[in-house]
Write a protein of this length. Structure first.
Length: 325
């Protein structure tokens, strides 16, 4: 059995401002082995990006604060490490592809300089050596090395995303966090970027957390899936568990809102309602106000995690007998 590269236990993150407390991440738990890809799926506001920033220790403070939990990476609890140690881990052992490539690159520096900066810091190379490796990284992501002195505005959206991937992979990180890396791209470029990430993941044996709304992307890239709602993981398991045997009503709702080419229907079947206000989360099960199968007990009792062969679900329906009380 492979050791867990990343293990997160009972992570709680809040934002406090103007006397209000936003409960962004609540009792978050995942495990990730070397070489595995985990898909983190949920609606906007579920807490996916906050979780990623928590792993990197980049939660803005104030107003954000990691209240409790453990983030064990490569045998070390990152929440106990100094800021100096974290600076050496970020970009070196853990890298992140941020959401928007348009705003992730510095407009006044060439792409070569931006890739080389990471290499200089973490691999103790001089500027000329780092620029040579930057050219190699550009070639690796399918951009001619002759463009090393070009500025971000001279690239298309898809090429900017490739530059961001080159920066993230420049130091061969053990863990890559990709925050919706294909959201701003058209379908053709999206497929190319996903193929590229898969190839590089195999080449460097990198573990990956892929944050996305798109279950099609998850099916293509991921080994494991965690469904997130209102800051909590409501269901997790292998790709096969989630796609072939979904249990939680929220997971079923996500699949139900995807168009099916085999069915002739007039309208899609979306999940009714909106994500709850994180400053005033519902009592009991957080999904109960939107759940088509809710019962009275769902608004009173917080469901526990039940597990069967690694497939975990947080729903009272699967807690012996409670559903029928």
């Amino acid at each position: 059995m492979r050791e867990n590269l990343l293990e997160i236990k009972n992570l709680n993150i809040v934002y406090e401002a103007d006397g209000e407390k936003v409960q962004a991440v609540n009792n978050f738990n995942i495990e990730l082995k070397e070489g595995e890809t985990l898909g983190l799926v949920g609606e906007t506001g579920a807490g996916k990006t906050t979780t990623a920033l928590g792993i990197m220790r980049l939660i803005p403070n104030p107003p954000g604060k990691i209240l409790s939990g453990e983030i064990t990476f490569d045998g070390k609890d990152l929440l106990k490490e100094s800021e100096e140690v974290m600076r050496m881990i970020r970009g070196n052992k853990i890298s992140m592809i941020f959401q928007d490539p348009m705003t992730s690159l510095n407009p006044v520096l060439t792409v070569g300089e931006q890739i080389a900066e990471v290499i200089e810091i973490h691999e103790n190379l001089n500027r000329s050596e780092a620029l040579i490796k930057a050219q190699e990284m550009l070639e690796l992501v399918g951009i001619p090395k002759t463009r090393v002195n070009d500025f971000p505005h001279q690239f298309s959206g898809g090429m900017k995303q490739r530059v961001i991937i080159a920066i993230a992979l420049a130091c061969n990180p053990k863990l890559l966090i990709a925050d919706e890396p294909t959201t701003a791209l058209d379908v053709t470029i999206q497929a190319q970027v996903l193929d590229l990430m898969n190839e590089l993941k195999e080449k460097f044996k990198t573990s990956m957390i892929l944050i996305t709304h798109d279950l099609g992307v998850v099916a293509e890239v991921c080994d494991k899936v965690a469904i997130m709602y209102a800051g909590e993981i409501v269901e997790s398991g292998t790709l096969e568990d989630i796609f072939e045997r979904p249990k939680h009503p929220y997971t079923l709702g996500l699949f139900g809102s995807i168009p099916n080419l085999d069915d002739e229907v007039q309208r899609l079947n979306p999940i009714k309602g909106l994500m709850p206000d994180p400053t005033n989360l519902p009592k009991g099960c957080k999904f109960n106000p939107r759940c088509p199968n809710r019962k009275e007990i769902c608004g009173q009792k917080i469901p526990k995690i039940t597990e069967e062969n690694g497939h975990r679900v947080s729903c009272l329906k699967y807690e012996g007998g409670l559903w029928n009380e």
